[in-house]
Design a protein around this ligand. Structure first.
Ligand code: IFM
Length: 395
C-alpha cells in the first residue's frame, strides 16, 4: 500500500526555527547563563559555546536555503542588546541586522522573535516579568530594535508566554513537560499580555509588518467525564494566551505532544507508549489538534506553525513524525483553517534548556569542530518546500 501524498497551497511557507540562547553560544549576560554556571545548578549541563551559530549563522542560513526551505525563524537576544539596564549595544544590534541581511542574500524570508525564554540578568534579578513596569521595559527594548526590522514582515513578540508564566519567568528545565505543568503565575501572565500588546503597538509603525506571539500547545485530551477538569487546567496554561492573541496578524502554534487530563490533573503517559528523547509521548497528530483548537479559541485568527518537531537520534523517525504531523495540518487546512506556513523545530541540534541530549535538528554538528552535518530530513523537508508536495520516502 502506498502512503498518501499531500499538496499544500503554492504560497504556503516552509522553513525552520531556532532561538538565540539555544544555538549561538556564550550568552553571558542572560539569566540562563547565570543559572547554568551557578555552583548548585539544577541543570545537567551548561550551554557553553552551543553550536557557535553566533559566528556561523551564514553557513546555517546557506544550508537552509540550499535545502529548498524559504523561511528562517531566529531570535534576537535581549541580553546582548541591553546587557545592563539602559545600556544598549549598537554592535549587537548590527550583528542581528547582518543576520537579516544574510537571510535576504540567500532569498530566505526572516521571521524574527524578540524574546525567546532568556532575559537579561539585570531584568530577571529585579523581578523580571513580575515587575509592574515590565511592559515599559520590554517596549523600550523593542523601540531600540525596531530600526533594524524596517524590511522584516514576520515578527514574534514573545515566545511561549504560557511556558514563561508557568515557570515563573523562564526556569524551564530539560525534563519539563514530560510530566505535569506547574500553576501559572497570574501576575506574570497579565504582564506578558500587556507586554505583547505594547510590543505590537511599537511594531505597528513598521509598514507591512505582521506581528503575533507563539504559544506552546499541548493538545489536551479529557479522560471521559473529566471535561470540566480539562478546561480548568487548560485555560490558564494555554487558552488565556490564545484569547489574548485573537485579532493579531497571526498566532504561532508550537505543538509536539498531547496531555490527558483526569480528575486529578495530568495522567501519566502509559509505560508502553513510544517516547521521544525529551520523554514526551510520540504523538504526531498533536499538530492538527492544536491548530484546530487555536483556530477556535483565537477566533479564527490566521495561524503560523512556528514550531513542530521531535527529539530523536533516529532521523528516519523524524521524517515519520513530521510526515504524520503534516497530514494532520493538511486536513486542518482542508477544514477551512487559514495557516500561512510551517517551520520545523529545529534547524540545528540545540541546547534544550539544560541538556544537549534531546536532538531536534535537521542539522547535527561536530562537538569539537562545529562542522555542520545536514541530515536526510533536511533534504526531505527542503524538497517539500520547493514542491509543496508531502510524500513519505519509504511508505
Ligand atoms: O526547544 C524548545 C523551544 O525553545 C521552545 N519550544 C519547544 C522547544 C522544544 O522543547
Amino acid at each position: 500500500m502506498t502512503a498518501q501524498s499531500y499538496k499544500f497551497p503554492q504560497d504556503f511557507i516552509w522553513g525552520a526555527s531556532t532561538a538565540a540562547h539555544q544555538i549561538e553560544g556564550n550568552n553571558t549576560n542572560s539569566d540562563w547563563w547565570a543559572r547554568e554556571y551557578a555552583p548548585q545548578t539544577d541543570l545537567k549541563e551548561p550551554s557553553g559555546d552551543a553550536c557557535d551559530s553566533y559566528n556561523r549563522y551564514e553557513e546555517d542560513i546557506r544550508l537552509l536555503a540550499q535545502s529548498g526551505l524559504t523561511m528562517y525563524r531566529f531570535s534576537i537576544e535581549w541580553a546582548r542588546i541591553e546587557p545592563i539596564e539602559g545600556v544598549y549595544s549598537r554592535a549587537q544590534l548590527l550583528h542581528y541586522r547582518a543576520v537579516i541581511d544574510t537571510c535576504h542574500k540567500y532569498n530566505i524570508e526572516p521571521m524574527v522573535t524578540l524574546h525567546h525564554m532568556t532575559l537579561p540578568l539585570w531584568f530577571a534579578s529585579q523581578g523580571g516579568w513580575l515587575r509592574d513596569d515590565a511592559a515599559d521595559i520590554f517596549s523600550r527594548y523593542i523601540e531600540y530594535v525596531k530600526p533594524i526590522l524596517h524590511d522584516v514582515t514576520w515578527v514574534c513578540t514573545i515566545n511561549e508566554p504560557n511556558m514563561v508564566a508557568l515557570t515563573q519567568g523562564g526556569t524551564e528545565g530539560s525534563d519539563f513537560a514530560a510530566s505535569s505543568l506547574p500553576s501559572p503565575d497570574s501576575i506574570i501572565s497579565q504582564h506578558l499580555v500587556e507586554a505583547h500588546k505594547r510590543a505590537r503597538d511599537v511594531l505597528s509603525s513598521i509598514e507591512g509588518v505582521k506581528a503575533g506571539w507563539t504559544i506552546a500547545c499541548q493538545a489536551f485530551h479529557a479522560i471521559p467525564g473529566c471535561e470540566a477538569e480539562m478546561e480548568a487546567y487548560q485555560y490558564p496554561r494555554e487558552d488565556y494566551f490564545t484569547e489574548a492573541a485573537a485579532g493579531d496578524d497571526f498566532i504561532g502554534v508550537q505543538a509536539y505532544l498531547r496531555t490527558f487530563i483526569g480528575k486529578n490533573g495530568p495522567v501519566p503517559i502509559p509505560t508502553d507508549a513510544e517516547r521521544t528523547l525529551t520523554g514526551w509521548e510520540y504523538f504526531p497528530p498533536a499538530l492538527g489538534i492544536a491548530v484546530h483548537h487555536t483556530w477556535e479559541v483565537g477566533r479564527h485568527t490566521p495561524i503560523f506553525v512556528t514550531e513542530n518537531g521531535i527529539a530523536t537520534s533516529d532521523d528516519s523517525r523524524r521524517i515519520d513524525y513530521t510526515y504524520d504531523a503534516l497530514a494532520g495540518l493538511h486536513s486542518a487546512m482542508n477544514d477551512g483553517i487559514t495557516v500561512h506556513g510551517y517551520l520545523h523545530w529545529s534547524l540545528l541540534d540545540n541546547y534544550e534548556w539544560g541538556s544537549y541530549k534531546p536532538t531536534f535538528g535537521l542539522i547535527g554538528w561536530d562537538k569539537e569542530t562545529f562542522e555542520r552535518q545536514p541530515r536526510p530530513s533536511l533534504g526531505w523537508l527542503g524538497e517539500i518546500g520547493q514542491t509543496g508536495i508531502v510524500q513519505h520516502p519509504t511508505r
